[in-house]
Design a protein around this ligand. Structure first.
Ligand code: TXD
Length: 320
């Protein structure tokens, strides 16, 4: 027996398009759906693969207790109307390969993906994940012509999470109690700000000696390579997907979280026309604001050095 009810108001959740359904892309789809943040469209160049992954994720919905739509496709038309587009398409690093070795191949892939995606989702906010991260974000910004608040790269959240992990392991404390901020480019020249790292408000400089902190900083700088060396077949993807999902969440839920994000700078930190990791407040408009910290001379120098290497790679990248 059924009683008549007013037709339920269907609450349409936002849609996130993920370009590149590889390890980072598919894990991100899982995180977004299981956090109930948005419907997900997974797109890849390989036929059948994103469709299979989407079906697999759909079959877990009853167990994971969510009802998000997950679509797998090879057609950009299916991504239309997305609020957020995440670009993970490209080749990952192989052992011994630097992120910059990926430059040429991934530049073509990312620029093409950005152009196609913006055509179908002209109001979307873009998050670039593909390496070399800062250069790819710059190229995607150029290719889309987006205002700078609507395009950013994910790296600092991951690098900071790695630094926090190593601090927590060293001190034997709960990882969630450790907060750290890593700025600069995503690579060997990243800038972990040790003096801002705390355990529930206590600066780590009170808890660890300088040599130990330096060891943890070095491990953070090599965090990606350490995993590539261990795995031998591709790089990290669980933590990168988690880090990206935090950015997606802060934007969709307008959380205003202050996160290190690769942003296009127009004079902040004395840097212009370059993309580099700086603290940004993320909300519905994407980058709501950029926070300018009072850096020490050596931190500022390290940030500028890091920006210089990004610039060099932007100049080296192919005309597309
Ligand atoms: O901190 C960060 N930003 C990073 C970046 C952390 C981890 C991974 N990082 C980089 O993300 C990594 O160096 C790669 O450049 C990307 C994606 O890494 P992932 O590990 O997911 O690589 P996969 O598993 O090889 O997936 C890439 C997918 C794969 O399925 C390809 O078929 C697809 O990209 N691909 C494309 N999709 C759409 N369109 C085109 N042209 C295309 N080319 C490849």
């Amino acid at each position: 027996m059924s009683s008549s009810l007013d037709s339920p108001t269907l609450c349409r959740l936002p849609r996130v398009a993920i370009i590149g359904a590889g390890r980072v892309g598919s894990t991100l789809a899982q995180r977004i759906a299981e956090k109930n943040l948005a419907d997900v469209v997974l797109l890849d160049i390989v036929g059948g693969m994103p469709q299979g992954l989407a079906l697999d994720l759909l079959e877990a919905r009853g167990i994971e207790l969510h009802n998000r739509q997950i679509i797998g496709t090879n057609n950009y038309a299916d991504t239309s109307g997305s609020q957020i587009v995440v670009i993970t398409a490209g080749l990952p690093r192989k052992p011994g390969m630097s992120r910059d070795d990926l430059l040429r191949t991934n530049a073509k892939i990312v620029v093409e993906a950005a152009k196609q995606a913006i055509a179908y989702s002209p109001h979307a906010i873009f998050i670039v994940v593909t390496n070399p991260l800062d250069v790819m974000t710059y190229l995607a910004w150029q290719a889309t012509g987006l205002p700078r608040n609507r395009i950013m790269g994910m790296a600092g959240v991951l690098d900071s999470a790695r630094f926090e992990t190593f601090i927590a392991l060293e001190l034997g404390v709960l990882p969630a109690d450790v907060k750290a901020m890593v700025l600069g480019s995503h690579g060997d020249l990243m800038v972990p700000l040790s003096r801002y790292a705390t355990v529930n408000g206590i600066p780590i400089t009170e808890l660890l000696d300088a040599a130990t902190i330096e060891r943890l900083v070095t491990r953070t700088r090599n965090g990606g390579a350490e995993i590539v060396e261990l795995m031998q077949t591709g790089g990290a993807f669980f933590a990168p997907a988690s880090a990206t999902s935090v950015m997606v969440e802060s934007i969709l839920l307008n959380q205003s979280r202050l996160l290190p994000v690769a942003a296009y700078l127009q004079g902040e930190y004395g840097l212009k026309d370059v993309v580099i990791g700086v603290p940004c407040r993320l909300g519905l408009n994407g980058i709501e604001s950029i926070l300018e910290l009072n850096l020490s001379d050596s931190e500022r120098e390290a940030l500028h050095f890091s920006a210089q290497s990004v610039r060099k790679n932007i100049q080296r990248s192919p005309e597309i």
